[in-house]
Every structure is written in structure tokens, then in C-alpha cells.
Ligand binder design. Structure first.
Ligand SMILES: *Cc1c(COP(=O)(O)O)cnc(C)c1O
Length: 361
């Protein structure tokens, strides 16, 4: 079998070294004669895993002590509800920056809890799509917080600017952006991310929240989405997804071994530069997003001739280049090239794209 490169948007590729380690210790973890899935989350051994995962994440992202890290369930969509329930704080409105599919989903969910304001920031100029920069966002004075999504996984749009709004609580859906580059956590109040994009295993959701914002949520909040309760119980109010937690921890250690986020950022830059260059150099593949808002994680492109989509996908997967189909609402192709995608995977894809263009273009 060819080497397989998995371009899935999520659940996505996990570093091979991590899978190898997990496999090696699966049936007899730490000489306990059991797998990690079969032991109590309250055992000394598991608590050690949980603490190390948190510390490694803190080291990678340089999370200050004034922030809590919570490991939750319910995915990013769970946070679409948890955020308003925990942070509206008697306010009746919040600002939802609309940059694409996922930020709009967060807005729609928030309508259950308040009257959110949707702030549309996409614009098209000379057929090029871009996003308004932050100083052009039309922020509402009375909003409880600003919610935005720095990487729209489906649309392939990113915001690299970091927020700087006076006296505003800033919330980011980092599901497909977290750990792709260093960020200054102090510029945010809460960021959350489902693990299945740029970390690995579905099932765990990471929340990094400024501690002073943890307070009583609305009375209707389910306890499992209540930040205070989760925090008081060290993310073990209900049984956590222990295997995903453990595997995420292995990914954090792998990231440290790669040299941390500065190194990873450079590699992600290189991978995405190569792929966008391939697209821009050809008349056969198209991406119409302004360079400053192009995602380095999810590279969306179209074939000039949509009739060739099926055959492109078929030929690609015959060569072990899998899951390149774009999301149905955007169409075309999407290459998700998260941290776990090696440079060689991107190079193989580019080679295939050249071959395909020569053969069918
Ligand atoms: C995948 C994704 C979601 C949804 O995540 P779930 O864990 O399935 O709820 C939300 N936001 C973004 C940016 C995503 O990429």
C-alpha cells in the first residue's frame, strides 16, 4: 500500500509517532495490565496524565496563571451554548462576528439565550474575497462579549490579527486554529477548541478561560457546561473522555518535541505557501481568497472544470491522497493540512495536482 496522507478536516490526521506510542502501550499501560481506557479517572495514574497534559498545553501556549484550562465534552457546538449561558451575565446581547459557516452557527445557537448581533465581515473586491480588519468591526457598545472564529474550517478563511478592543470580553472558536502558531493568550478572555481538528481525537474540548470570568452561569445551564462546576471539579465533574485526554496529552508532548509552536508555525507557513503557490501558478486550480485571509490549515480550491471533480478525487485516493473533497456548502476541494500533516504529504499532493493538470487540463 502507498503511504496514505489524510487531508480530512476532522476528525483529522494524528501524528504517526503518537499513534505508534498509543498502540505500543494500549493493552498494558504503565505495566498496570489494563489499558488507560479501563482505569478510573480518579486513579493516581490517570490524574498524573491529566496534570501533565495541562502543563504541556500551558507550556506550548504560554498560558498565564490567571487563566484556567478546562477539559470538557460536547465539542465546539457545546460551547456555542456554554458561552452565552456562562458569560451573558444578565446582558441581553452579544456580538457575533460572521466570517463564515461556523461563526454563523455560533450566532444561531446564541439566539436561544439572548438577542445576539451578527456582524458580517466578508467582502468581495475584484472577485477576491477578504475579511474586514478588526478596526472596521462594527462593535455594539452594550454587548456582553465579542465572539469570533479565527479559522473558518469550511470556508478556508482566517483572521491572523489578534484582538485589541478596550473593555470587551473576547471569545474565540479556535477549533481548527489552536496550536497552529503562537498566540498571546492575554489578548483573549476565553478560547475553546474541539480536539478533533488540530489535536487529534474527537471527544474532548479544550477551554482556556480567564479565571475571573468563571462565575455563576444562568440558572438553566446544565451542570456539565457550567465553567464554575467544571473548574471546581478539575474537569472531572462527570466522567471525562479519558482516552481522548490521554491521546491529546501525547500530541502535546509530540508538539514540544517538534520544537514548539514557533517551529510548527514556520512549517505550517511553508506547507501552505507551497500549496497556494501551486494553485496560483495554474489556471486549472482556483482560490479566490485574499492572501491575508487565506487559511494555513484548510486550503480550499476549485477545479476550473467542476466536471473533473469526481475523477480528481478518485485518482487522488488511488495514490493515497485521501479526503480532499470540499464541504458540500462550498464545493470543490479542501486540503486540511493541520500540524500532523508532514511536508511530504503536501509535496505529494502538489505533484499529483501537476500530473492531473497535465493529463486533464
Ligand atoms: C468542527 C468545528 C466546529 C464543530 O465542532 P464539534 O466538535 O463537532 O462541535 C465548530 N467550530 C469550528 C471552527 C470547527 O472547525
Amino acid at each position: 500500500m502507498n503511504i496514505v496522507y489524510n487531508f480530512s478536516a476532522g476528525p483529522a490526521m494524528i501524528p504517526k509517532d503518537v499513534l505508534y506510542k498509543a498502540k505500543k502501550e494500549l493493552q498494558n499501560w504503565k505495566q498496570l495490565g489494563s489499558s488507560i481506557m479501563e482505569i478510573s479517572h480518579r486513579s493516581e495514574e490517570f490524574i498524573q496524565v491529566a496534570l501533565e497534559a495541562e502543563q504541556d498545553l500551558r507550556d506550548l501556549l504560554k498560558i498565564p496563571d490567571s487563566f484556567k484550562v478546562l477539559f470538557c465534552q460536547g465539542g465546539a457546538r457545546g460551547q456555542f451554548s456554554a458561552v452565552p449561558m456562562n458569560l451573558l451575565n444578565n446582558s441581553k446581547t452579544a456580538d457575533y462576528i460572521n466570517s463564515g459557516y461556523w461563526s454563523n452557527c455560533a450566532f444561531i445557537e446564541a439566539k436561544k439565550y439572548c438577542i445576539p448581533q451578527s456582524i458580517f465581515i466578508r467582502k468581495t473586491h475584484n472577485k477576491r474575497e477578504s475579511l474586514l480588519s478588526m478596526n472596521q468591526w462594527n462593535i455594539n457598545k452594550n454587548s456582553a462579549y465579542i465572539h469570533y472564529c479565527p479559522n473558518e474550517t469550511i470556508d478556508g478563511l482566517s483572521i491572523y490579527e489578534e484582538p485589541n478592543f478596550e473593555n470587551k470580553i473576547i471569545i474565540g472558536d479556535f477549533s481548527s486554529f489552536i496550536l497552529s502558531r503562537p498566540i498571546n493568550i492575554e489578548n483573549y478572555d476565553l478560547i475553546y477548541a474541539g480536539a478533533q481538528k488540530n489535536i487529534g481525537p474527537a471527544g474532548i474540548t479544550i477551554i482556556i478561560i480567564r479565571e475571573k470570568l468563571i462565575r455563576n452561569p444562568s440558572k438553566i445551564s446544565p451542570s456539565i457546561l457550567d465553567y464554575q462546576k467544571i473548574s471546581e471539579h478539575n474537569s472531572m465533574f462527570n466522567t471525562p473522555p479519558t482516552f481522548s485526554w490521554y491521546l491529546s496529552g501525547l500530541v502535546f508532548k509530540w508538539l514540544k518535541k517538534q520544537g514548539g509552536l514557533k517551529k510548527i508555525e514556520k512549517l505550517n507557513q511553508k506547507k501552505s505557501d507551497l500549496l497556494y503557490k501551486k494553485i496560483d501558478d495554474s489556471d486549472f486550480y482556483i482560490n479566490e481568497i485574499n492572501v491575508k485571509n487565506r487559511s494555513k490549515m484548510n486550503v480550499v480550491f476549485h477545479l476550473i472544470e467542476p466536471k473533473l471533480n469526481q475523477i480528481f478525487l478518485k485518482k487522488a485516493s488511488e495514490l493515497g491522497l485521501n479526503y480532499l473533497k470540499g464541504h458540500s456548502i462550498v464545493g470543490g476541494m479542501r486540503a486540511s493540512i493541520y500540524n500532523a500533516m508532514p511536508l511530504e504529504g503536501v509535496q505529494s499532493l502538489i505533484k499529483f495536482m501537476s500530473y492531473f493538470e497535465n493529463r486533464y487540463g
